[in-house]
Every structure is written in structure tokens, then in C-alpha cells.
Design a protein around this ligand. Sequence first.
Ligand code: IMP
Ligand code: MG
Length: 178
Amino acid sequence: MHKDLKSILMPKEEIAAAVSQLADQLNNDFNGEPVLAVVILKGSMFFAADLLRELTMPVTLDFMKVSSYGSGSASSGAVKLALDISADLTGQNVLIIEDIIDSGNTLFKIRNLLSNRGAKCVKICTLLDKPERREAKIEADYTGKFIPNEFVVGYGLDYDERYRNLDYIGILDESVYS
Ligand code: IMP
Ligand code: MG
């Protein structure tokens, strides 16, 4: 375990099992219909890379990036669009792929933006969810794991851009950010 962590939340085997279970649900629900995956950068890229390779329907891929001001361990309410997708959403099944939902402010903004562009449906798939911290009224359609209110890193998730390349998810020791 990395020295900056206080414990491991999801070892890599548990992540793989959660990803496969999400893929099964998606393959079942979409039943062969094409999907446009909108991956929210940067944190979701590891999750998306694993999940999308287990999907059996035709998949196209696009990226979106938002930034919430500040670099602490909690996001501020203000969310700014830093990169928009280039795909035309008309008539498409859109699947937003997110690493973690915390306050919900980020996804609330993204979903509203994408919902007004003529998509057939807009669904949300998140690996992790911290429901205790919710401020915005938003829920994912597909959730890998509900977790307690702890700051986690690894498998794409960062603290100040670090730890993204750990192949497991761990709880960051408070001494690193306090
Ligand atoms: P929200 O807008 O508060 O829901 O925050 C969502 C974004 O904050 C995520 O996409 C992550 O980038 C970041 N975030 C929230 N909680 C964590 C965490 O525990 N570890 C790492 N990043 C987090
Ligand atoms: Mg982040």
C-alpha cells in the first residue's frame, strides 16, 4: 500500500468485479442498441477504458472536461466547462461515465448541458458514489459502489493530480491534505 494511504477501499480484484457487473447490466439494458460514451476527464479514463472493453453493443467515444475551482479535497459549487464533446447528440443513447459522485454539482451541470441537445436518452454510470455529501439533486442510473464520506484516490482518482495510476482505490491519510 502507498505510504500516503490509511487503508485500501477497493483492491484491484474488487474493482474488476464491480466493472464487470456494471457491464453486464449495461449490456442487458441497452440490448444491442448503440451507445455514445461520454467520458468525464481526467479521473474516469481508467474506469472507462476497462468498462467500455466489456460492452457488447456498438460504442462511440467522446470526452468532456469540467473544472471546479480550487484544488482542495472538496469541490466548490462553481463548475466550469473546460472541454466539450464534438459529437452530435441527436437521437443518440448517451452514457455519461464518471469516476465518483460527491456533491453532485459536476454531474448536475453536465447532465443539464447534454440533456438539451436532442439525445434519445442520457444515462449516468459512476464507479463510486458518496451519497452523504450530496448537494445537487442527482443520482446515477448505474453505480459500482456506494462509499462512506472519505477522500479516495487511485484508479484514476487524484488528490492534486497525484495517485491516479495506482491500480487499486485507497483512502488518503488526512495528514496529506490537512
Ligand atoms: P462533485 O461535483 O462534488 O460531485 O465532484 C465530482 C468530482 O470531484 C469527481 O469527478 C472527482 O474529480 C472529484 N472528487 C470527489 N470526491 C473525490 C474523492 O474522494 N477523491 C478524488 N476525487 C474526488
Ligand atoms: Mg479530480
